[in-house]
Ligand binder design. Structure first.
Ligand SMILES: *Cc1c(COP(=O)(O)O)cnc(C)c1O
Length: 235
């Protein structure tokens, strides 16, 4: 019989709790985002039954097609790259957008949120590896700073923190140095932009979430360890 989401969640919970203890952190300082991309609405319902209420999806269309079967009292974050032309749809169906990677996209989301009269929380995604395929603000340019300077004027969005995806590498210490750099960057930006409350650090996935917690993560994004292997690649 296949392992249930409830069993997998219990194992992940133990590991999160241990990582928090090692790091001298409170368990409630870390939230678990259940990354349900590619999995059907049924799997999300099973996860809700197991007690989860916070989910991550990486594509607008995919979540649109799944959400009809889901209860409304769950929180769903967009964690995948968002094209500007889908900003309005994303602003209306997601609780937060965790993958904002340009000032233009942030402005589009602000306009979209204004039209539907909501205040939309977002995270800024930062690229910490040189890999060209990765999305996120490139730290060699001025755009991240420009975005944080502009953010307080955008009344319908709310920048809550930073997100990153480390480069793919079997050595967990590569991820650790990436996570540490994201935390240091956040601390630095928080000093320079005190109007913005950069409290969230979204970092850590199935293979490295304990390291991320040791390095200060407040949001771990876990897919495979919870739902099992994805059957088709998420584009
Ligand atoms: C798919 C995905 C995850 C989850 O990855 P797992 O290794 O399956 O836990 C986390 N973050 C992002 C941005 C993703 O696209």
């Amino acid at each position: 019989m296949r392992e249930s989401i409830r069993d997998r969640l219990a194992a992940i919970e133990d590991r999160i709790a241990s990582a928090c203890r090692r790091a001298g952190r409170e368990r409630h300082s870390v939230r678990l985002i259940a990354v349900s991309k590619t999995h059907p609405a049924d799997a999300i319902c099973e996860a809700i039954q197991a007690g989860l209420t916070l989910f991550g999806e990486n594509r607008v269309q995919e979540f649109e097609s799944k959400r009809t079967g889901l209860p409304e009292n769950i929180e769903v974050h967009l964690i995948g790259h968002l094209q500007s032309n889908k900003a309005a749809r994303a602003a209306s169906i997601f609780s937060t957008i965790d993958s904002v990677d340009s000032l233009r996209l942030l402005e589009r989301l602000n306009e979209a949120a204004k039209k539907i009269n909501r205040k939309l929380p977002v995270l800024l995604e930062v690229k910490l590896s040189g890999e060209e395929a990765k999305t996120g603000f490139d730290l060699s340019g001025p755009e991240l700073q420009q975005t944080l300077e502009r953010a307080p004027d955008l009344r319908n969005i709310h920048v809550d923190g930073l997100m990153t995806i480390p480069p793919f590498d079997d050595n967990p210490e590569t991820a650790r140095s990436c996570f540490r750099r994201l935390r240091e960057l956040r601390d630095d930006l928080a000093r320079r932009y005190p109007q913005t409350n950069l409290r969230e650090l979204s970092m850590g996935m199935s293979g490295d979430f304990e390291i991320a917690i040791e390095e200060g993560s407040t949001l771990v994004r876990i897919g495979t360890a919870l739902f099992g292997a994805r059957e088709y690649p998420a584009r």
